[in-house]
Ligand binder design. Structure first.
Ligand SMILES: CC(C)(COP(=O)(O)OP(=O)(O)OC[C@H]1O[C@@H](n2cnc3c(N)ncnc32)[C@H](O)[C@@H]1OP(=O)(O)O)[C@@H](O)C(=O)NCCC(=O)NCCS
Length: 177
């Protein structure tokens, strides 16, 4: 995976880096995908009364279309997934994308890992895919995280799966001459 460059806006806003943690893009065929799903279930889905099957039922076909980004901790027994996020490119319009399934292991939150995951996703979305904007449905408790990365709230608070959410948007700043 290419190194983090200035076109990762989340990272450019703060030079945070986490030694020993690498960010990688994986597919659902990767051996690490099972770990990604386990993390999503334990940190993100079960606390709101869902699991991977319920997610697939609510968003049919999304899992296969996602681009998956994982944060990996190097460990003597093998790499461990300690954070993840997914990108649904070209949704709902060809030049936009949706960030989904953002989570970091509860023991490792607050270390800048979430920021690096969003940076990798932004780099892919804007630097490689040429998307013009991203959005997500953020749980209200996580809105501050996205605000911190330069995303902006849009529209009213709404219910999704029994949890209060708000739409958040990000557009890269115009390129300087
Ligand atoms: C939200 C989450 C992904 C953030 O990941 P993280 O690795 O802990 O975040 P980072 O350490 O990269 O934080 C980046 C910045 O955002 C801030 N931040 C992180 N979580 C925040 C929150 N919930 N509210 C306000 N600010 C937050 C950090 O303090 C940090 O600010 P700084 O750069 O000024 O120090 C993580 O806490 C998590 O998995 N939470 C549970 C699941 C969840 O809510 N997922 C999002 C669903 S929409």
């Amino acid at each position: 995976m290419p190194s983090e460059r200035p076109d990762c806006y989340a990272l450019a806003r703060n030079g945070a880096s986490c030694p020993m943690i690498t960010i990688r893009s994986i597919t659902t065929d990767d051996v690490l995908y099972r770990q990604e799903c386990d993390l999503r279930e334990s940190v993100l889905l079960r606390p709101i009364g869902m699991d991977m099957a319920a997610l697939a039922a609510e968003f049919p076909g999304f899992e296969e279309r996602f681009e998956h980004f994982v944060a990996l901790l190097d460990h003597p027994t093998g790499e461990r997934v300690i954070g993840c996020v997914t990108l649904l490119p070209g949704y709902p319009q060809p030049r936009t994308g949706k960030l989904m399934q953002m989570c970091v292991d509860a023991q490792r939150q607050g270390e800048g890992i979430g920021r690096r995951l969003v940076a990798a996703l932004e780099r892919r979305a804007f630097g490689e895919l040429g998307l013009s904007s991203l959005y997500c449905h953020a749980q209200l408790t996580a809105c501050g995280f996205y605000h911190n990365l330069g995303w902006v709230s849009s529209g009213p608070v709404f219910d999704e799966g029994g949890v209060a959410h708000q739409k958040m948007l990000f557009e890269p700043p115009p390129a300087e001459d």
